[in-house]
Design a protein around this ligand. Structure first.
Ligand SMILES: [Fe+2]
Length: 280
């Protein structure tokens, strides 16, 4: 694995303090091309300077992998050119749809869990993979309702798309946990038997309990909760290799020092668990 340890999603409030450092304070960052490409201005300049110095993984937000809208050739060209400049070993997107009829949603919407949707999404993933200069990963999302009549479980849907597209898996541990609470399953049983050999990267984040709705919401707005840390600790030794973990934080973003302290705590967990697995 070219990357290992615990990295952090690079967010705009941290660009100035990170750029002012002499060296990277993390093993790697994750960045969204949408937040850099074609943006211009000081934000783009600062991000590119950090990318020049530090290791990065790229994670796309807007390709609507299960959607129906064709990607504009110039959008693909810009993405490909950008990925080549970053040195990222792979590029990822979500297993979702997020745009239709020219309208973009900021939500990652679930696809119908049907054979037709598997076939359609597999073709889209293969089409994108053929254009990219690096391997492609799909990320499992959190979802709160099923879209139409399902022909299979969300787990089997993900499994069939990963196998059909023969792509990598960005395993979001928090999304598995959130879904397990909202849809009533055991996350460890859910993960057992899944193609863990496809996992090239892990996401970890936090959630919020909404008592009135009785829903666990994937919010990325607080430190990672203990059950998600426990699930990560359970998962890591089962991967058989040190897969990079990325801490996501998108709301109530703390200052850099606080976020780096949480990263260090997760790194300790990562090191402890993998050292234990090596001696087992
Ligand atoms: Fe994620």
């Amino acid at each position: 694995m070219p990357f290992a340890g615990v990295g952090v999603g690079l967010r705009s409030p941290h660009l100035d303090p990170v750029a002012a450092l002499d060296a990277a304070p993390v093993p790697f960052w994750e960045i969204a091309p949408e937040n850099v490409v074609g943006l211009g201005g000081a934000r783009q300049r600062k991000t590119l300077a950090i990318l020049e110095r530090d290791d990065v993984l790229t994670h796309g937000l807007s390709m609507s992998m299960g959607g129906f809208e064709a990607w504009a050739p110039e959008v693909l060209d810009r993405l490909v050119a950008f990925l080549k400049t970053t040195g990222t070993p792979w590029h990822s997107e979500h297993l979702c749809w997020s745009s239709h009829g020219g309208t973009h949603s900021h939500e990652l919407l679930p696809l119908p869990f049907t054979r037709e949707a598997v076939k359609h999404t597999v073709a889209r993933v293969k089409g994108l993979q053929a254009r990219l200069p690096v391997p492609f990963l799909l990320e499992n999302i959190s979802y709160y309702a099923e879209l139409g009549a399902s022909e299979m479980s969300e787990r089997d849907f993900l499994l069939e798309v990963l196998e059909g597209a023969d792509c990598g898996w960005l395993l979001d541990v928090n999304n598995v946990y959130v879904n397990s609470v909202n849809h009533g399953f055991d996350p460890r049983a859910w993960l057992t038997g899944m193609p863990l050999h496809r996992v090239a990267q892990i996401h970890i984040a936090c959630h919020t309990w909404l008592p009135e709705e009785g829903v666990l919401l994937d919010t990325h707005g607080a430190p990672v909760a203990d059950p998600v840390r426990d699930l990560l600790a359970w998962l890591l030794p089962r991967l058989g290799r040190p897969v990079p973990v990325l801490l996501e934080r998108d709301h109530a973003i703390p200052d850099l020092e606080e976020l780096l302290a949480e990263r260090a705590s997760l790194q300790s967990l990562y090191d402890r668990v993998l050292a234990g697995a090596a001696h087992a």
